[in-house]
Ligand binder design. Structure first.
Ligand SMILES: NC(=O)c1ccc[n+]([C@@H]2O[C@H](COP(=O)([O-])OP(=O)(O)OC[C@H]3O[C@@H](n4cnc5c(N)ncnc54)[C@H](OP(=O)(O)O)[C@@H]3O)[C@@H](O)[C@H]2O)c1
Length: 214
């Protein structure tokens, strides 16, 4: 399958490697392909870099892995028509820097989360919020010494969520927690804010969440 990823940062590159490892072809989208030269060489023959529009056209499934404040611009540059009838995985976190040294704060409110805004910008797409509350380097390698974390996802389309869960399971996620519709995205984004606060306070990047019951 062809996967288009909007984003040249660590999330785009790590998820790109993850999709390539499952036999897919991947194009990362960026405003400046020169910054992806090394990634394309190291990632192998089915890895490509292009503009945002190239990546969105290329992808049968599209991942949005852009800085939140640039996400609407990236989608508009990519051309909304290139997302029609596709599953779109939203990994963004709407966090904004606070005073120096302090952890960033969430910049959206319930009902207006990043996931919901993206679904509103792309009404003909099946948006699934996923992979946003774990470090980029662990998204496709979720095993931890304390056990497997859970992957929290949400979205309006059951089949799109099944498809995302299938990829996640192939990377080793053992338990996918479906939180419901995209209206739950705010809470997944708040969970990511908690991940970042813990990271800053404890100088950690290897923690993750698990829902347990008795
Ligand atoms: N890093 C993590 O561990 C992690 C974990 C979970 C979720 N997330 C979320 O995943 C997303 C990607 O994170 P990241 O760390 O990989 O990279 P990032 O530095 O947050 O974002 C980099 C990407 O954003 C694009 N971008 C920035 N400003 C833009 C603008 N004005 N218009 C269009 N595009 C713009 C950049 O485009 P160019 O390529 O053109 O520069 C680049 O592709 C973020 O929303 C982040 O909060 C990150």
């Amino acid at each position: 399958m062809n996967i288009g990823i909007l984003g040249s940062g660590s999330v785009g590159q790590q998820l790109g490697q993850g999709f390539l490892s499952l036999g897919n072809s991947v194009m990362l989208g960026t405003r400046d392909t020169s910054k992806l030269k090394d990634w394309v060489v190291s990632a192998g023959e089915n890895a490509y870099a292009g503009g945002f529009e190239d990546a969105a056209r290329f992808g049968e499934l599209i991942v949005i892995a852009t800085k939140w404040t640039g996400t609407e611009n990236a989608i508009n540059t990519a051309g909304k028509e290139n997302f029609t009838n596709k599953t779109v995985i939203d990994v963004t976190n709407p966090l904004e820097a606070s005073q120096s040294g302090a952890p960033p704060e969430i910049s959206v409110t319930p009902g207006n989360s990043a996931g919901e805004q993206i679904q509103r910008w792309l009404p003909e797409s099946r948006v699934v919020k996923a992979f946003n509350s774990i470090g980029a380097n662990l998204m496709c390698h979720p095993e931890h010494k304390d056990g497997a974390p859970d992957l929290f996802i949400c979205g309006n389309d059951i089949d799109a969520k099944k498809s995302v869960a299938h990829y996640a399971e192939s990377w080793g996620w053992e338990n996918i927690v479906d939180m419901g519709n995209i209206s739950e995205a705010f809470y997944l984004e708040a969970l990511a804010a908690m991940w970042v606060h813990y990271a800053v306070m404890n100088k950690s990047r290897t923690h993750a969440f698990k829902l347990i019951k008795r």
